[in-house]
Design a protein around this ligand. Structure first.
Ligand code: GLC
Length: 746
């Protein structure tokens, strides 16, 4: 007993000391900030608020650094150049304030992980953590200490190219993934030389761009903004994300760079955020074409008074803030607050103590364990959508045809936003399959189409012959990397070029065809889904995509991915997402489709519910869906109570049995529904998930807990609270499966 007491006492003292040490450190930093601020001229303060892209070191850049008119650079990639620029800032400028160097490292610096949409399909935050940690170690080794990642825009629209950078349509999945990425980038201590500041972007509502066109206007009622779009950002702020970035779009007519309600009322005052808020590239200046600012001077005034700390490549602050302060239009207090946030970032990064990057002779790029983590991420990011007659995993083959543009596309398989990737390091599917199985299996490789938009069918006969001469066909389709990402939006998201026709051709062989899709978004593959015997949706899987796919296809790994975003049958269904409202006329399974309508049918003879005649109301594949090589059986859900009181909680248990012959991971999903609300509520909301390994024939019990906070939502009086009344909950393998269990909040 005595020992326990001593240990508890030690823990308590240690914790108190630890916290007090932390608060002592932060008090020390604030003292240093205030002391430095008191020495700074207005010009020097405004200089810290100015961020420029790298243009190399010329006399003009040297002068800007020396006179303190720039606080940060992005896209400087050479450690030697970074140190040379830093030396001028630290040793030649009047106050020696170090620069902070930034870069977009969205899903890898050199070792590329799957695009974030793919990482989200893993439903495994550790995948997000690993990708960020590997990227932080690689990027910090060249002197980059700030990345503009993770992007956490909720997206319900696959026409939007940036869905590739997102974690999909769900706020809870996105929040869990991005908090893990933030931890990966920032490490345990931001001052560690391998830690880099993360950036919660794009704040906010960017994914709601009308018609899926990038930069387009959004209309988001505040209740929806808070219930859906802000959820990951609040989680990021609470997780200590070092910076935030304004989004390009307007919300209800107010561009984010000038949105005081968003950037001050919510980010600063409600969430208590003390990090840096940086513009997106020129987003302050773009308030002029938005029609929100008359000129660059007004843009500077609006952005500064809306709490934007740093102006990335907008030249608004550096050209107009001094004048605005002298005119009393922007207070020096506002300037000081922004500069405090910037200095705080630099102190937290340890740049005042260690401003220079250590030039290492051996790079940390492509370390063995990094590549292994990237491969594991790609394995977990692939979603098995179809597996007719258990075609997969392939076994006992004498020959296999490998076909398609993405079978050997080292630059495309890494996906969008990979400026620093080296395609020569990509392991492509054909390379991996040849290396791993080429000795035992005859590989008949006919690329046939050279890239995803290729319409040249001249090699179709060769492809068909290869398929006929093989036991099975692996057909790699998808998108070139350039067809997703920023400003890469599509009105038609079906397979590009002649890819779809080639599938129909390959089917003539009568051999099983496995369709492997490598893309940055959900594509509309309803026709292909009927033709293919199996479908593995791998997104753009990164450097090790080919190695991961080889393992999955031949059974060395078992698919565990689940869709992080709904896959529509056709683009006309968009926006289509699982957590939709029920409407007053929901459609059951029995909607009459266009081909079933009798000629001359009367106006109301086929029912009047909410669906498209030519598509129905269901997607091709729903959020949370994904198959395995094994099967899982879910027991009935057991509740701790069927009635809970306000501030109470309820636990739900379920036993999942692996009823197949492969050990495999299952993503067990926990959904709820508020049946009657002051505002109508979604038919389902993901509240949690667990990814668990269950050995063949074995069972595992999972438990989830719901508190009344989980049941709460934003009401029209802008208060977040739960409604009393009836709720459902599900523990299920997908958003469209499972048996509802009822409970009441009294
Ligand atoms: C881009 C993107 C943003 C990126 C920034 C810096 O336009 O919108 O996500 O971080 O500019 O490259």
């Amino acid at each position: 007993m005595k020992k326990v007491l001593c240990y508890t006492l030690f823990l308590t003292v240690f914790t108190v000391l630890g916290c007090s040490q932390q608060s002592k450190n932060s008090n020390d930093v604030e003292k240093k900030i205030n002391s430095l601020l008191s020495q700074m001229t207005l010009d020097e303060k405004i200089g810290q608020m100015n961020q420029l892209t790298d243009v190399g070191i010329n006399d003009d850049v040297k002068a800007q650094i020396k006179n303190g008119s720039v606080g940060s650079f992005l896209n400087t990639m050479s450690p030697e150049q970074i140190n040379e620029m830093q030396k001028i800032a630290v040793e030649e400028s009047r106050l020696g304030i170090p620069l902070v160097f930034a870069r977009d490292i969205i899903h890898g610096f050199k070792t590329i992980f799957p695009v974030p949409l793919g990482q989200a399909a893993s439903f495994n935050p550790e995948v997000g953590y690993n990708g960020a940690r590997v990227a932080a170690v690689e990027a910090s080794s060249v002197g980059i200490r700030w990345t503009f990642t993770p992007m956490m825009d909720i997206s319900r629209d696959a026409r939007w190219g940036r869905i590739a950078e997102s974690c999909g349509e769900d706020p809870v999945l996105t929040a869990k993934m991005v908090v893990a990425m933030i931890r990966g980038f920032q490490g345990e201590n931001l001052a560690d030389p391998t830690s880099i500041a993360a950036c919660a972007k794009h704040f906010a509502g960017y994914g709601a761009a009308e018609s899926g066109k990038d930069y387009n206007t959004t209309w988001i009622p505040e209740e929806l903004l808070r219930d859906v779009y802000l959820v990951p950002f609040e989680a990021a702020a609470k997780a200590g994300c070092a910076t935030f970035m304004c989004s390009f779009n307007d919300i209800n007519g107010v561009p984010s760079s000038g949105n005081r309600h968003l950037n001050v009322d919510i980010l600063r005052n409600e969430w208590g955020y003390d990090g840096v808020l940086v513009s997106d590239w020129g987003s302050a200046q773009q308030m002029i074409p938005h029609g929100f600012s008359e000129d660059l001077k007004q843009a500077a005034e609006q952005a500064a008074n809306a709490g934007m700390d740093m102006d990335m490549m907008g030249f608004a602050y550096i050209n107009h803030l001094k004048e605005l302060v002298n005119e009393g239009v922007v207070s020096e207090k506002t300037i000081d607050s922004a500069v405090r946030n910037i200095l705080r970032l630099k102190y937290r990064l340890g740049l005042f103590d260690k401003p220079y990057v250590e030039i290492k002779d051996s790079t940390v790029f492509y370390a063995k364990e990094s590549l292994e983590k990237a491969k594991q991420a790609a394995v977990e990011s692939a979603v098995l959508l179809k597996n007719e007659n258990n075609v997969l995993p392939l076994a006992n083959l004498k020959s296999v045809a490998v076909i398609g543009a993405l079978a050997d596309a080292p630059a495309d398989q890494v996906g969008t936003w990979c400026f620093d990737a080296e395609p020569s390091h990509s392991v492509t599917p054909i390379a991996a399959i040849t290396e791993a199985y080429g000795k035992d299996v005859k590989i008949n490789y006919v690329q046939t189409l050279k890239y995803s938009r290729d319409k040249n069918k001249s090699d179709f006969p060769k492809a068909l012959a290869a398929a006929r001469n093989s036991d099975a066909v692996l057909y790699f389709v998808g998108e070139e990397a350039i067809l997703s990402g920023e400003a890469k939006c599509l009105a038609d998201i079906s397979l590009q070029g002649a890819q779809s026709e080639l599938l129909t051709e390959l089917k003539k062989s009568g051999k099983p065809v496995v369709l492997v899709v490598m893309a940055g978004r959900p594509l509309t593959i309803e026709k292909e889904a009927k033709e293919a015997d199996a479908i593995l949706y791998a997104f753009h899987g990164g450097t090790m995509a080919g190695a991961a796919l080889a393992d999955l296809i031949f059974g060395k790994a078992v698919p565990s991915g689940k869709l992080p975003v709904t896959m529509p049958k056709m683009v006309g269904q968009i926006p289509i997402y699982y957590n939709h409202k029920n409407t007053g006329r929901p459609t059951g399974k029995g909607a009459t489709l266009i081909d079933e309508i009798p000629v001359g049918a009367g106006q109301f003879s086929i029912g009047s519910t909410s669906y498209h005649l030519d598509a129905g109301s269901e997607p091709l594949y729903p959020f949370g869906y994904g198959l395995s090589y094994t099967t899982f059986e879910y027991s009935d859900v057991q509740l701790s109570d069927t009635v809970i009181s306000l501030n109470g909680k309820i636990t739900a248990k379920c036993t999942i049995k692996n009823t197949g012959k492969y050990d495999a991971c299952e993503v067990v999903q926990f959904y709820m529904r508020d049946l009657v609300g002051e505002l109508i509520r979604p038919v389902k909301e993901l509240k949690d998930f667990q990814k668990i390994l269950i050995k063949a024939g074995e069972s595992r019990e999972v438990e989830f807990t719901l508190t009344t906070d989980d049941l709460a939502y934003w009401h029209s009086d802008m208060k977040k609270r739960a409604d009393k009344g009836k709720f459902y909950l599900w523990i299920a393998p997908s958003s469209d499966l499972g048996k509802a269990v009822e409970f009441k909040l009294k």
